[in-house]
Design a protein around this ligand. Structure first.
Ligand SMILES: [Zn+2]
Length: 204
């Protein structure tokens, strides 16, 4: 079975190296939408893959950390990176270009890690991320899929070095704590066999 939940966030970026001049040379923003599709082969005690209410915990806090924000690529021009860091409270610095594709991969591996680090509390089964679809605009999106193993592994090796600004971390102690655990994990692609320090009911 699969369930789908829609999240929204407002963020700005520059996509360097893309073919479209207006996107690679201009700071611009998007009303991003992130669709999360979860799957499980068994249902919990209520007959659900996962109660939608439980997505309001650490998973929604990940998305909320981006809303609003400037998404920095760490390889961008030093002057711009320094300006954003110094003049903005809410920024996220990524070691990969902030395209819709890379953001979908990032959310996929981080949410998978959150779920894999969360102990079942109501008979939840083998819940895992099936796909993440990031809409940059009303007409364009990028989506992960089960076939993206190589891309997930590459992202997993990068994701832990993403940096959330003090302005973001200072506004959400729960996300601050969650990211410390997730980013320190040796294997961001880890499944449910590892330690599970979180509970689904935490901070909901
Ligand atoms: Zn853009």
């Amino acid at each position: 079975m699969k369930i789908r939940k829609l999240f929204k966030f407002e963020a700005a970026h520059i996509v360097r190296n893309c073919s479209t001049v207006r996107c690679r040379q201009n700071i611009h923003g998007h009303s991003f939408k992130a669709e999360l599709v979860l799957q499980a082969s068994s249902l919990d005690n209520a007959g659900m893959v996962l109660d939608f209410g439980l997505l309001k915990g650490r998973i929604s806090r990940l998305v909320a950390a981006f809303d609003p924000s400037y998404i920095i690529w760490s390889e961008d021009k030093g002057e711009l990176v320094d300006f954003i860091r110094n003049e903005n409270e809410r920024w996220i610095e990524l070691p990969f270009s902030p395209t819709a594709e890379n953001l979908a991969l990032f959310f996929h591996v981080v949410i998978q890690k959150i779920i894999g680090s969360t102990a079942p509390t109501n008979g939840q089964g083998d819940v895992k991320v099936h796909a993440v679809r990031i809409h940059e605009t009303d007409t364009g999106w990028a989506e992960t899929g089960p076939e993206d193993t190589g891309l997930f592994n590459a992202m997993a090796s990068l994701a832990g070095s993403c940096v959330f600004s003090d302005g973001i971390m200072g506004s959400d102690a729960c996300w601050n704590e969650t990211w410390k655990v997730i980013s320190a994990a040796p294997d961001l692609c880890g499944g449910p066999d590892g330690p599970r320090p979180f509970l689904y009911e935490d901070n909901v």
